[in-house]
Design a protein. Structure first.
Length: 337
């Protein structure tokens, strides 16, 4: 077991972050708790299409800001009301947090290199690459106070930290990171960080809490070009929240290992639902994964320029740049007009 060494430093958000003025045209950005948001980026603007599911109405808002351009990358968590992380490749543009459900507030992170891990209650956890170390920033979404948690990690060309998943029953935020020595679990709980090696392979995929069992499904990143390549299932934690790593090869059948897995959901004690973006990026496919036979079969697919998956009022929605689909109980996607 590899346990990280970290140092906690509390600082005021006024030192770490700078507020940026937000310019809106057309309408003020007032988004209620029954709404989902589609977006597009172009010419220094973010165009939002806000759909109110309760009232079945839509409105469009255009936001102008100097930190936005068409090459910016937006990362969202599955939590509808979390802020969005916006990364820009431009040297003079820092990463920012955008709060669409809080009147479009934008906060600069003062530098670049951030990724999102996830949230625990009122806190969002960001990962920051800095020189040869990796920082985890814990940010209070309400007060905007922050803590920097720093732990030792060998950074190399294979280092990557994935978007994590939160178990609200156990109050644990779990993600997976890699370096050239393998793949590791990174677990955050009660202000404690724990790191455990789960594979000697450098893997790429999705980590997910499913009925209090933590699993990872992905591929061997360094050997993914081999013919008849296999998916890899790793059962990381059992229902007792104990580390119990078991690795299995999965028969992919109709599943292309180059698919990007964007979500894993519980169907029953035998089957899981896998949602994945096919190569090319404009088709979302649904697969049934049998955990006993380790086989995958495709259920259906839908053309969509994928943006995010959100869970609102225990209902799953797939959001594209110009469409929203509701995931029905029969695993079909219903287009919301």
């Amino acid at each position: 077991m590899k346990k990280p060494v970290f140092k906690t430093l509390s600082v005021l958000i006024s030192i770490l972050f700078v507020f940026l003025l937000l310019g809106c045209t057309k309408e003020s950005l007032k988004v209620n708790k029954n709404s989902l948001i589609m977006y597009s980026l172009k010419n220094g603007k973010i165009k939002l299409n806000v759909k109110d599911l309760k009232e079945n109405t839509s409105k469009k808002v255009t936001i102008k800001n100097k930190i936005l351009n068409e090459n910016s990358v937006i990362t969202e968590t599955s939590n509808v009301f979390d802020p969005w992380l916006i990364n820009s490749p431009a040297e003079n543009q820092n990463d920012v947090l955008f709060f669409p459900y809080e009147d479009g507030k934008i906060i600069s992170l003062k530098n670049k290199g951030h990724t999102v891990i996830g949230t625990i209650n009122n806190y969002i956890f960001l990962c920051k690459y800095e020189n040869d170390s990796l920082k985890i920033i814990k940010l209070d979404k309400k007060t905007l106070n922050s803590e920097e948690l720093k732990f030792r990690l060998t950074l190399d060309e294979d280092t990557r930290v994935f978007l994590g998943d939160y178990n609200d029953t156990k109050e644990e935020l779990s993600t997976v990171y890699t370096n050239s020595t393998g793949t590791y679990l990174l677990n955050i709980s009660q202000n404690k960080i724990q790191s455990d090696k789960i594979s000697n392979k450098v893997l790429c995929g999705k980590v997910k809490w499913v009925k209090n069992e933590l699993i990872f499904i992905g591929k061997d990143l360094l050997n993914s070009k081999k013919l008849n390549d296999k998916l890899i299932l790793i059962k990381i934690k059992d229902s007792n929240a104990k580390i119990n790593v078991k690795e299995y090869n999965v028969i992919p059948q109709c599943f292309n290992v180059e698919n990007e897995i964007v979500d894993i959901q519980y169907i029953d004690d035998t089957n899981l639902l896998i949602l994945a973006i096919k190569p090319g990026g404009n088709k979302l496919a649904l697969y049934k994964f049998n955990k006993n036979k380790y086989t995958i079969n495709q259920l259906n697919e839908e053309k969509i320029d994928f943006q995010s998956i959100k869970v609102l009022n225990n209902q799953t929605y797939i959001i594209g740049f110009d469409k929203i689909f509701k995931l029905n109980g029969d695993f079909n996607l219903k287009y919301l007009k």
